[in-house]
Design a protein around this ligand. Structure first.
Ligand code: MG
Length: 304
């Protein structure tokens, strides 16, 4: 077996072990108590609930975009970070459509900045965003600890301050009826936090119902040896997924397969959303629904 093959089988084995715990509804740590962060995953058959970031769908208003998503068979819409003054508009936009708020893509909050005052201010901003996110029923608020150009502590210290600061953020998120979701990126964008298993281990250590994580197929292609192993490692901490092709276009617009990753989602009984974060090639009104049909087909092919 070559090195890549070895790594892939190791990732699958580790992921499968984590997945067994996830299916049993508990965190993959030998002595960890049953986690309030992971109570229900694995108890029901997985579902493919397709969503899209609002900015990817053409339309003059959020309502128009939501109506298109509904017509194309989506289940959710993912919002940009600027939701604070849009709560009424958002609620009105989804009213009567059956479309839910899949996530709020919020980004960077200085949580591993070397300056403690900046970390605290960032945590406060993130907690404040959880209020409107909970009000519109969002699954979670997506957060990146730091992008490469941002000032940041060395990795070991960064992980420690993150684990120390996340419980109070998690508590605020949980009270608001939502979660904060860490997003692992690829090394070109963020060297700190690149693999789903790493994010899951932080969730395990924080052990808060208000802290979860997500996976993004685009970044996973660059950082993971196995999509399935990565999702199994994430287990019940996985609360959101971003969809993009290998070149970050729509799923189906290049050779990126989603089947192996979808197998992983089925194995952990995934119940949350899979949301487009990509640039459509061609006419978006034609290409996005085509991509949704492609994803449904890939989901069917992902037999377990
Ligand atoms: Mg993403």
């Amino acid at each position: 077996m070559d090195r890549r093959g070895f790594l892939k089988s190791s990732a699958l084995a580790a992921g499968a072990a984590a997945g067994v715990y996830a299916l049993a509804g508990r965190a993959p740590a030998q002595d960890a108590p049953a986690s309030a962060a992971a109570p229900e995953a694995g108890n029901k058959p997985a579902v493919l609930k397709i969503s899209s970031q609002e900015t990817r769908v053409p339309g003059k208003s959020l309502r128009e975009k939501v109506e298109k998503l509904q017509k194309w068979g989506a289940a959710g819409v993912e919002l940009s970070a600027n939701i604070k003054d849009r709560v009424a508009e958002i609620k009105e936009a989804v009213k009567g459509t059956g479309i839910a708020i899949s996530a709020v893509c919020a980004g960077y909050f200085q949580l591993i900045d070397p300056d403690e005052a900046k970390r605290k201010a960032g945590a406060q901003r993130l907690k404040e965003l959880c209020g409107p996110a909970g009000e519109v029923g969002s699954t979670g608020v997506i957060m990146v600890p730091a992008f490469n150009p941002h000032p940041q502590l060395p990795p070991k210290e960064a992980r420690k301050v993150l684990v120390d600061i996340l419980p109070e953020i998690g508590e605020a998120a949980h009270k608001a009826g939502t979660r904060v979701l860490m997003e692992p990126l690829n090394r070109g964008e963020a060297f700190f936090l690149r693999q789903l298993a790493d994010a899951a281990s932080i969730c395990r250590d924080v052990n808060s119902p208000g802290i979860g994580m997500m996976g993004d197929f685009y970044h996973m292609f660059k950082e993971e040896t196995s999509d399935r192993g990565a999702f199994l490692s994430a287990g019940a901490y996985l609360r959101h997924v971003h969809l993009a092709s290998r070149l970050r276009n729509l799923p189906g617009q290049d050779d990126r397969s989603f089947v192996d990753g979808f197998r992983g989602l089925k194995m952990i009984g995934y119940q949350d959303f899979c949301s487009l974060e990509c640039k459509p090639k061609g006419d978006a009104d034609t290409e996005i629904p085509k991509s949704f049909r492609f994803l449904e087909q890939q989901w069917k092919e992902a037999t377990i």
